[in-house]
Design a protein around this ligand. Structure first.
Ligand SMILES: NC(=O)c1ccc[n+]([C@@H]2O[C@H](COP(=O)([O-])OP(=O)(O)OC[C@H]3O[C@@H](n4cnc5c(N)ncnc54)[C@H](OP(=O)(O)O)[C@@H]3O)[C@@H](O)[C@H]2O)c1
Length: 277
């Protein structure tokens, strides 16, 4: 496992596990708990969830998966923008703590920019930090202009991460957002590194996958974490796929692989609005 040296002094694994769609089907809950336990065994010790996923049920799955090994896990969860007033944020955090059956959230994110005043959200994040209920806070789906608004706030510079869409087919952040965040020590968390599945079967990845003796999914994930400052959080509920995805944490793509991927998935040539799916 490679690690990201965070500006907080901590080291974060460059690969974690997503949980979107988990908790939505009671009959699958036990298997979902088991697959997240497997992720931890495979050293994917960062788990991403949100109050939105399964209306809190994904957080409950995470709580069950980390029981007995909480100190080894870095839990990321997110609050809805419509809950992000000062009081709303404080209340949402309490609910998430309960669902997660834990006393602290390692990284608490505003899920996307919304209509609640950002200054209130940040004030609540800072209060929660003082209370020890969250360790760090950040944002998600914030484009460069959203980041500027945030960083202009008194405590805005305490933002520790921005979770955004980033995969071979969506490279827009490379133009400005990624270098800006990297310069400031704000971790970029790449969601949908498989583009929600299709990249796992993309034919442009097949020859590189064959060369390394892995699958195209592994190549797609390894590509997102090739550069410093990025953590990827692929989601799977399938144990075999979890093993496959975990291999990406140690796979290094060479110059030839990267050039071939640049030809198939060209990097951006100008600033575009942040993609959301
Ligand atoms: N902040 C945000 O707004 C935001 C938005 C989207 C996602 N996220 C977070 O990021 C996580 C990952 O993103 P995502 O779930 O959108 O997409 P993703 O990780 O790119 O892809 C997940 C999909 O790919 C399938 N898959 C996973 N591994 C595979 C493999 N090795 N081979 C073939 N198929 C595979 C999964 O199906 P199976 O489960 O059946 O294997 C699932 O349908 C989410 O779970 C969530 O935690 C955050």
């Amino acid at each position: 496992m490679r690690f990201l040296q965070w500006r907080t002094g901590e080291k974060l694994p460059v690969l974690g596990a997503g949980t979107w769609n988990m908790g939505e089907n009671e009959a699958r809950a036990d298997d979902e708990v088991e697959v997240l336990k497997l992720a931890l065994d495979l050293r994917l010790t960062l788990i991403d969830t949100a109050e939105m996923y399964g209306a809190g049920k994904a957080e409950k799955i995470v709580g069950r998966a980390v029981a007995g090994r909480r100190d080894d896990v870095f839990i990321v969860t997110k609050l809805y923008p419509h809950n992000a007033t000062f009081d709303g944020t404080m209340a949402a955090c309490e609910r998430s703590l309960q669902h997660l059956a834990t006393d602290r959230i390692d990284l608490y994110l505003l899920h996307w920019p919304g209509s609640s005043p950002l200054a209130e959200t940040v004030e609540a994040f800072e209060r929660l930090k003082e209370q020890g209920k969250i360790r760090h806070w950040g944002v998600s789906n914030f484009d460069t202009d959203d980041m500027e608004e945030l960083l202009a706030l008194p405590a805005g510079r305490n933002c520790a991460a921005n979770q955004v869409l980033y995969n071979l087919g969506q490279r827009g952040i490379e133009w400005q957002l990624l270098p800006d965040c990297r310069k400031r020590g704000i971790a970029i968390m790449a969601y949908s590194p498989l583009a929600q599945g299709p990249l796992a079967a993309h034919r442009a990845l097949a020859p590189i996958a064959r060369k390394h003796g892995v699958t195209p999914a592994t190549i797609a994930i390894a590509w997102t974490i090739r550069a410093p400052g990025v953590i990827a959080i692929p989601k799977t509920s399938d144990p075999e796929r979890m093993r496959e995805n975990a291999v990406a944490a140690d796979l290094v793509l060479d110059r030839e692989d990267l050039a071939s991927l640049d030809r198939a998935f060209p990097p951006p040539t100008r600033k575009r609005p942040l993609a959301l799916n």
